[in-house]
Ligand binder design. Structure first.
Ligand SMILES: Nc1ncnc2c1ncn2[C@@H]1O[C@H](COP(=O)(O)OP(=O)(O)OP(=O)(O)O)[C@@H](O)[C@H]1O
Ligand SMILES: [Mg+2]
Length: 221
């Protein structure tokens, strides 16, 4: 269960103050596919970064499986991000000098999984998201945006996370590939009891979610 309580994030700069997330409380039970929708600038990516412990909230708390993420020390946070969370970034964040396959094996290496097993799993994940063997050995710079997105999705699934946070996971995909990705995420929710929170602009995807959260100017409406 993901439990968010009165989460607020204020960005401060010398002459400016932006409240990107305001007093957001939300619950997502285990194994539920949920979506976050809202206009550009409404705080979706900021909220997702807070949930993934990539950024610290100004106030409020986030509980995952009964543990308060906002109170974890650094070494615990590293493990939390590595083992519990699969994060699919809006801009992919792939490592440019590693191949697609290496981008997917890397989190497994950090988690101490043996080399043969890492490669086998990475190949299978990349195949699932529709990236053939030749492309698996290319670096991100030689892949299209949609292909990079698929690598990012495979990487997020590498360590079998309990919680997948996805920022526009199908934003750059044609509708057929987008459907494959959403079906894959929904399947994970059902078969592995994985909790999914996906930001989307796509109403068709939002409709398939069990819960949809709508953000407006940083607040849930
Ligand atoms: N690091 C930052 N420093 C200052 N302001 C920020 C920062 N990150 C985001 N913001 C501001 O917070 C607000 C919410 O931004 P956010 O990226 O969360 O929106 P979004 O809903 O993901 O938008 P989009 O649909 O365009 O991706 C915006 O006003 C944005 O300018
Ligand atoms: Mg965003």
């Amino acid at each position: 269960m993901l439990k968010v309580n009165k989460l607020t994030k204020v960005f401060l700069s010398a002459d400016n103050k932006v409240s990107a997330v305001k007093d957001v409380s939300m619950d997502v039970p285990d194994g539920v596919f949920s979506t976050i929708v809202g206009k550009s600038g409404s705080g979706k990516s900021t909220l997702l970064s807070l949930l993934g412990a990539l950024d610290k909230p100004t106030s409020g708390s986030i509980e995952v499986g009964g543990e308060d993420v906002t109170r974890m020390g650094d070494s615990k946070l590293i493990k939390y991000r590595r083992d519990k969370i699969g994060f699919i970034f809006q801009n992919y964040n792939l490592i440019p000098n590693l191949t697609a396959l290496e981008n997917v094996t890397l989190p497994m290496e950090f988690a101490g999984i043996k080399k043969e097993e890492r490669i086998k799993r990475a190949e299978s994940l990349l195949k699932q998201v529709g990236l053939d063997l030749a492309k698996q050995n290319r670096k991100p710079g030689r892949l299209s945006g949609g292909e990079q997105q698929r690598v990012a999705i495979a990487r997020a699934l590498a360590n079998k996370p309990k919680l997948i946070l996805a920022d526009e996971p199908t934003g750059n995909l044609d509708s057929a590939t987008g459907k494959i990705i959403i079906d894959l995420l929904k399947d994970l929710a059902r078969t592995e009891n994985t909790t999914i929170v996906a930001v989307t602009h796509d109403e068709g995807i939002a409709k398939q979610a069990k819960i949809t959260f709508t953000l407006k100017d940083g607040r849930l409406v």
